[in-house]
Design a protein around this ligand. Structure first.
Ligand SMILES: Cc1ncc(C[n+]2csc(CCOP(=O)(O)OP(=O)(O)O)c2C)c(N)n1
Ligand SMILES: [Mg+2]
Length: 890
């Protein structure tokens, strides 16, 4: 059977042809046009017909996904340019110069940097700085700028002109260890007064920008802050668009009509190694993708030099040729002479040959080498204005540029230019001439190229300052206005500290109950931002639906299926819960926006993002890294944690390692609480450390389990131990005065295996074991590392873990539902004999008991390991291990 989808559309159309004669008349007239005036004319008429029909009321036609390879806004439709173009050209030229100079000067030390990216994008940034980007001195929020990482030298150069940085700073580009250095890329953690958003791990910027724009709406709809004036600008490379994260949330932005968001994609057609789409057209591909996702697309491709030849293109031959030329060919054209252009581009047909015959060689070179819309402030301004004024959809500007523009023939359009880190003095002299900078030859004779800045009272500097003042001060800028949150009342925490009586509850449930209570707090309740990627029911959070509501900018435009039930799925415009659907990356982007709202908007929010622990750190560790760079604060909850605790889900669900990944992130404080009261103590301390008067730039990672257990009441005096990561939960009793003794350390749900092993050891082997809860192996290790470092400086601090265990008799056995490397983190500072057991290897699906036996972490296996440790010390007889194995069937 032939593939039915390949049939002509006329045969697939579900609407019957009511008048085949009329249909064929239409077809015939199109044929006639094609014959008489060519296919381009026929296509033109079709487009006009589509447009006309779409405008007729009641006719829904799909819009075209691709337009011609020309500017969306023709010169005739450009708005008046409100700036002084010559003045701005001089300022841009300084920035180009200083950016290239700072990288070149640093390259002498072998430090590296990038020149070609900013060179191609200079006007894209400058037009924003002069006319659009709002600083924070107005409403405290301003615009949010996601700057392309490799363009940062240009942003530093501008900050230098503005007087925010000195020449000394520029000379400390990429030399951060001595203080006052400038980080290679936008890193808020390294330069927190300037950078707001880390972008250089490509793909994360665009994803974050979309969720930032959405979070701005959330803050507004929830009545927390009016963010209507904030615009999110994301500057991206065309190569960067290949990262899956770059396009992952386009549909969300389109669906929610985020007209407070603009993507500016610098389409220089090159990435690091070579062309982005050698045989294809990246601009056209992106146009179709963005349009399909509901975005407003503005293509800014050609400079004004092209206008006069477009006017000569009466039969559309030029537009067709532009449309069929692959990107890598354009790159080549930009480096060839006029004869090559006449032969290869215009030689394609007579029409084009005739067109080129009327053009000078100089004109041809101008067209192909430099005339790009992204190099012309009027065209960039027109695109930006269209973007900020467009309503109901986000805008993407596809700006065509030449990579390395103004850096001379050695750079422009060259495949290797991304990694070229310096200009020779001769190249600087040429650049000076091209940019018409008043730098005397004498200044370009030494071996170091100088920075250059006009006098403070020069018209350029006055203009620059006036423009920034009109736009609410400098940008990018990060500002933290201290606004500590009051601590919620103890009641909510106390409920957990009392224990669950005879009721069995999982730590996940305990956590959810706690948060539910905290969300009722009068002062801070509304600041909680619950985030969950479609697993709320799994974690028992559906009880939050009707009370907190699920955020939806449209509210609910339908009659909910479960409206008559208690726990109905209540969507609301002011809903508090962000349920993103199945996207951990999107949820973490949400979290990042909420976790940094204290700085971005001066409004501290308390996000908690709860996920299947396996799909958090493992999938999105790099985003957690960016979150830490961005100084985010909040609670991250890995639920259904542990390799063996979730029954039956198996290899790809069974997380036995996220704590190890989390331990690699210096801003993440990781905890694996065993009991509900530990959760309460940790969350309370988290609120104090992240939202109190001396707020720290950290976030918390807690793992919670779905195994129901009786939760004990909190013993006296254990709070410090919980927070530091270790405390003795109970002591074993020695049946005889000389019974062997040992220490069982456990975290998370493994505490219950240790407690059972404690009983077996006493009953079956006459061994007394103390049981310790270790809520944070990672924090214990960090403390120990700090102590080691302090010791080198003569400060004899003893690690907490060593002190806590000091004098505890017998060997130490550590057990958890994580791989051994997690508890092994503390082994060097434990003076006793050390054994760890854990769940190394791939998970599998089975009952909890069977899985634990398989990994050798169930209570009986703990007993065997304990006996082995004692046997090694001669404290039990050597045969005890074998006997125990037989007795327990291991
Ligand atoms: C996730 C990630 N992978 C790789 C890189 C290394 N890298 C930096 S820039 C670059 C090429 C960028 O090309 P494009 O996005 O087109 O930017 P352009 O400089 O051309 O504007 C690469 C591969 C990175 N920074 N991040
Ligand atoms: Mg590129």
């Amino acid at each position: 059977m032939p593939d039915p989808v390949r049939l002509p559309y006329s045969q697939l159309d579900q609407l019957p042809d009511r008048d085949p004669e009329e249909t064929s008349e239409w077809r015939d007239s199109l044929d006639a046009v094609t014959k008489a005036a060519g296919p381009h004319r026929a296509a033109y008429l079709m487009r006009r017909a589509l447009e006309h029909t779409a405008r007729t009321e009641g006719t829904a036609l799909p819009s075209l996904l691709e337009t011609d390879y020309v500017n969306t806004i023709p010169t005739s439709a450009e708005p008046a340019f409100p700036g002084d173009e010559a003045m701005e050209a001089r300022i841009t030229a300084w920035n180009r110069w200083n950016a290239a100079a700072m990288v070149t000067r640093g390259s002498a030390l072998g430090l590296g940097g990038h020149i070609a990216t900013f060179a191609s994008a200079a006007w894209l940034y400058e037009t924003g700085f002069q006319h659009f980007f709002r600083g924070k001195e107005g409403d405290g929020s301003g615009d949010q700028l996601y700057i392309q990482g490799h363009a940062s030298p240009g942003v530093y150069a501008r900050a230098f002109l503005e007087g925010r940085l000195t020449a000394d700073h520029l000379d400390r580009f990429r030399q951060e260890t001595g203080g006052e250095g400038l980080p290679s890329y936008p890193h808020p953690r390294r330069l927190p007064w300037l950078w707001e958003f880390p972008t250089v791990s490509m793909g994360l910027g665009p994803l974050s920008a979309i969720y930032q724009a959405r979070f701005n709406r959330y803050l507004e709809h929830r009545g927390i802050k009016d963010t209507a004036n904030s615009h999110v600008w994301a500057f991206l490379g065309d190569g960067e668009m290949d990262e899956p994260e770059s396009t992952a949330a386009l549909a969300l932005a389109g669906r929610e009509g985020l007209d407070n968001l603009t993507f500016v994609i610098n389409c220089n057609l090159q990435r690091l190694d070579g062309p982005v789409r050698p045989n294809f057209k990246i601009v056209q591909e992106l146009e179709a993708q963005f349009r399909a996702a509901g975005w407003n697309v503005v293509k800014s491709l050609w400079g004004r030099a092209w206008d006069e030849i477009f006017a000569l293109d009466t039969d559309g031959a030029l537009i067709r040729r532009l449309g069929e030329t692959p990107d890598a060919q354009f790159q080549t054209y930009a480096t060839r002479d006029a004869a090559y252009l006449r032969e290869h581009f215009f030689g394609a047909n007579e029409s084009l040959q005739a067109l080129a015959a009327g053009l000078s060689d100089a004109k041809l070179l101008e067209l192909f080498q430099t005339s790009r819309a992204g190099h012309e402030p009027r065209k960039v301004y027109a695109a930006y204005k269209a973007a900020v004024e467009h309503q109901g959809a986000p805008t993407v500007i596809l700006a065509q540029t030449v990579k390395g523009y103004t850096l001379g023939a050695g750079f422009e359009s060259r495949n290797a230019n991304h990694q070229m880190k310096k200009l020779t003095m001769a190249e600087f002299r040429t650049m000076r001439d091209v940019l018409e900078l008043p730098i005397p030859d004498s200044a370009l004779e030494g071996d170091q190229v100088p920075y250059w800045r006009p006098a403070d009272d020069s018209p350029e500097m006055v203009y620059l300052r006036e423009r920034r003042a009109a736009l609410d001060g400098p940008a990018p800028a990060r500002k933290v206005v201290a606004k500590p949150l009051p601590m919620p009342a103890d009641k909510a925490f106390d409920a957990l500290k009392k224990g669950s009586g005879s009721q069995e509850i999982a730590t996940t449930m305990a956590f959810v109950r706690l948060i539910k209570d905290l969300m009722r707090d009068k002062e801070t309740g509304k600041r909680w931002v619950p985030i969950v990627p479609d697993e709320a029911r799994t974690f028992g959070m559906e009880s939050l639906f009707p009370t907190a509501g699920l955020y939806s900018p449209k509210g609910a435009t339908y009659d909910p299926v479960d409206r008559d039930q208690l726990l109905w799925y209540k969507e609301a415009k002011n809903g508090q819960i962000l349920n993103e659907g199945i996207t951990e990356a999107g949820s973490l982007a949400d979290f990042t926006a909420a976790a940094t709202s204290y700085a971005t908007h001066g409004e501290p929010m308390i996000p908690f993002y709860i996920f299947y622990s396996m799909f958090g750190w493992q999938r999105t560790a790099d985003q957690f890294w960016a979150l830490a760079d961005q100084l985010g604060r909040g609670f991250v909850i890995g639920a259904t944690a542990g390799r063996t605790t979730m029954t039956g889900e198996g290899l790809q669900h069974a997380d036995g390692h996220s704590h190890l990944i989390a331990s690699t992130n210096p801003a993440a404080l990781s905890y694996d609480p065993a009991f509900a009261y530990e959760v309460a103590v940790i969350v309370k301390e988290g609120l104090r450390r992240m939202y109190g008067p001396e707020a720290e730039d950290v976030f918390y990672y807690l793992t919670v389990y779905n195994e129901t257990k009786v939760q004990p009441a909190m013993p006296e005096g254990v709070e410090e131990g919980i927070l530091k990561g270790l405390y003795r939960f109970n002591e074993g009793t020695r049946p005889e005065a000389d019974s062997p003794q040992l220490q069982l350390l456990a975290s998370g749900t493994a505490i219950h295996w240790a407690l059972e092993a404690q009983q077996l050891l006493a009953a079956d082997w006459g061994v007394a074991a103390d049981v310790w809860s270790a809520p944070s192996w990672t924090e214990l290790r960090r403390d120990a590392l700090e102590c080691d470092a302090a010791r080198l400086d003569g400060d004899d601090r003893i690690p907490y873990v060593t002190r806590a265990l000091a004098g505890a008799p017998g060997p130490v056995i550590a057990v958890s539902d994580w791989m051994r490397a997690v508890p092994d983190q503390i082994a060097p500072w434990v003076e006793q004999d050390w054994t760890s057991i854990g769940t190394d290897g791939f998970g599998l699906s089975d009952t909890r008991e069977a899985a634990r036996r398989h990994f050798g972490v169930d209570p009986q296996s703990v007993v065997v390991q304990a006996l082995a440790a004692l046997a090694r010390r001669g404290e039990v007889k050597p045969e005890a291990v074998k006997e125990a194995k037989e007795r327990y069937g291991l």
